[in-house]
Each structure stands twice: as structure tokens, then as C-alpha cells.
Write a protein that binds this ligand. Sequence first.
Ligand SMILES: Nc1ncnc2c1ncn2[C@@H]1O[C@H](COP(=O)(O)OP(=O)(O)OP(=O)(O)O)[C@@H](O)[C@H]1O
Ligand SMILES: [Mg+2]
Length: 403
Amino acid sequence: MKTLLILGAGKEQVAAIAAAKAKGIRTVVLDMNSKADGRAMADEFHLVSTRDKDAILNFVRYYPSKIDGVMTIASDIPHMVAAAGEALGARHIPVAVAELCVHKLHMKEKLREAGVNVPLFARIAGLADLKSFIAKTGFPIVIKPVDNSGARGVQRLSADMDIQAAFEYSRGFAYSGEVIAEKFITGLQISTEGLVHDGKFYCTGFADRNYARLDDAVPFMVEDGGDIPTLLNDTDKRAVEAEFEKAARALGIDWGPAKGDMIFGDDGKPYVIEIAARLSGGNFCYDKVPWSTGVDIVDILVDMAVGNGIDPARFVPTRNLATSQRYFFPTPGTIREIRGLPAAKGADHIRKVDVWARPGETIAALENHPSRVGYVISCAPTREQAVAAAQAAVARVEFLVEA
Ligand SMILES: Nc1ncnc2c1ncn2[C@@H]1O[C@H](COP(=O)(O)OP(=O)(O)OP(=O)(O)O)[C@@H](O)[C@H]1O
Ligand SMILES: [Mg+2]
């Protein structure tokens, strides 16, 4: 029996634990949260922080039997997965590549060098840098910490804003204290995902991200779910996929997962915002893509991680359905009651409804993705049906909030 180390036992990693178990692979799971959702399902659970490299390496070094592979889903810790993979002698994304992918500035420098189409960007050490960048690109711009995720500290700035305060805010979310500014690219925001296997790049996921609420949370950039299939025509879709592959290869991902934050610009060009060297979060790789295409890259990566062979047929879509996801955005305050969840769950085409906020909890103003409180996902024959179903289900749920 093979053994897979999974970094993280939270909601987003449950799909990896389930996929491994389903094929008789023993799961050893690490998380610093003793109440993590996936704990009960894991064959073995250990209280280890998935961001503490020394603790992970120690764990691996003293583990009494063979571990065949390591992976995670969603958690932006490819460098921890890579370090563990190296220590285990298991297949992994090279440590230096994974490190590059968790530093938005170094990643963009590498991409620009390789001729990948990225927005104009600059390292921002203080107000003078920010002013000179704005003088060069004009507004709007995006400012963000180089080393966080979940849109924490990401802001879209326009001329009427206090740019000094915005810089300080973004810097507050940077572990390293470093901040990057980018030109804001207008266009269709897209999520892509794929795997490199046997040297071949398979783009398995392609979704339009919904930024209809972009102006509600100014200056923050909060995505409200997304839709499959894309509105792009085949030619433009292929151009985005090609730029995605070019970026992943330029970074050095020669095996394993890549998640792309992409834009098809209003200028007709595909842009790379960033590439994550891991599987995606937000239900993309483990719900929406398998439901719409039949391709299950969580299942595939579980096999790849432990060194099992992969039949390339597993990358071929077996169906063509639409999915749509929308989040709940209650007004800030204390939740008194949540009404309508059973109606939302029972609505047409709805596959999943999840709300993690509970009555009594206080909801802060919307600033980033962790401040979302739940979602609905639909699956239907057409995109129009899926979107209408998700919107209708969200509308059925009422959050009674005391300001
Ligand atoms: N220069 C840009 N132009 C337009 N949109 C952008 C730009 N930079 C970021 N965004 C949007 O904001 C989102 C969050 O930014 P980014 O991916 O850099 O931060 P993050 O913290 O990694 O967020 P996430 O974990 O959600 O990907 C991007 O996925 C993209 O949709
Ligand atoms: Mg991102």
C-alpha cells in the first residue's frame, strides 16, 4: 500500500484525502488546526503547521515508514510541498521553482524575461517609487504584497485615492515587507489550471471569473465566483491557454500542477497575472471542473505524486456541462440568523451550498477572499441556465445582520 503526505486538512484539502482513500492510498495529513475538516477522514493526522518548513522536514525525517509522495490543494505552499518532496525523494516541482512562484515580483521578472505577456510592474519600496510608477502607467493600478494570497492586501487604485495609505495597507500583508505595483488590465478575468505530465502540458480547467462586484468593494478586488464554459471564442481561448503554458514552462514547472490567474485584455491579448505551482482552491479543481468536463486532476495528481502511471485518456473530457459559482456577501455586522439554506440547496441545478459563518459571528467589511462567508454552485446543460440557477439560489438565502 502506498502512502501520501497531504499538507493541510482543511475544507480545501478534503478532496485530496478522499481521492487517495478511494484508491487505497494511505493518507498522512498535517495541519496546525486540531479541528480541521479532513482530520477524521485521514488515516493519520499530525498537528504540524504546513507553513513551518523545519517542522515538516523533521516530521518527514523521523517518520517511521516510507512515504511515497506529497501534495496539497489550494494552500499557497508549493515551497513546503517541494521541500517535503525533496526530503522524501518523491517527484516534486523543483524547490527553486516553487520559491519563485510564491514571490509575485520574482515571478513577474522571470516571466517578463521569458517574453510572457505580463502587465507593466515595479517593485515599490516607498511613496517615491509609487509616484514614478503612476507617472509612467497612469491610473488605475493594482498594488499588492509580493508574498500573500487570497487577494489579501490587493487593491485597485485610482486618482482620487490616498496612495500612501494604500501602500502601507498592502505592505501590512507582506510577510517580507515587499510590495509590487502593476498596471490594472481591463478585460475578461480567467482562471486556468493544468498539469504537466510526461513533458506534456494539459490545460484541464478554464473558467471566466465573475468580477461584477468589483465596484462594490473599492479599492479591494473581490471575485464573486465564476462560470464554465468561457465566453471566449476558440481562437481567443487557445491564445490564453498558450500564454498560460508558456508562463508555467518559463517558470520551470516541468511536472505537476499549475494554476493561472489570466486576463484576456480588451486589447485582444492574453495576460498572465500569476501562476501558482499548486492545484487551485475555491472548488475549481475538485468540483467545478470535474462536474463540467469529467476530468479529475485531483485524482490524477494523487497518482502522479505517489509515482503511479497515468493513462493520458484521463485528461480527455468526457462531458460538456456548465457550472456557476456565486458567493454570499452579507452586510457587515453580527449575524443573528441565516434563512433559506434548505430552499437554496433544493433549488434547480444546485449541486452544492456551503456557509461557514454561523449566527453570533461578526462579519467585517469585505476586503479579500477569506472574508467571504459561503457559496452556491450550480451545474446545468448551458452556461445561461447555470448562472441563472446560482443567482436564484443566492437570492433565496437571507442573512439577518445586526449592524
Ligand atoms: N494587474 C492586474 N490587473 C487586473 N486584475 C488584477 C491585476 N492584478 C490582480 N488582479 C486581479 O486580482 C486577483 C488577485 O490578485 P493576485 O492573484 O495577484 O493576488 P492573490 O493574493 O494571489 O489572490 P488569489 O489567491 O485570489 O489569486 C487576480 O487573480 C486578478 O483577478
Ligand atoms: Mg492569485
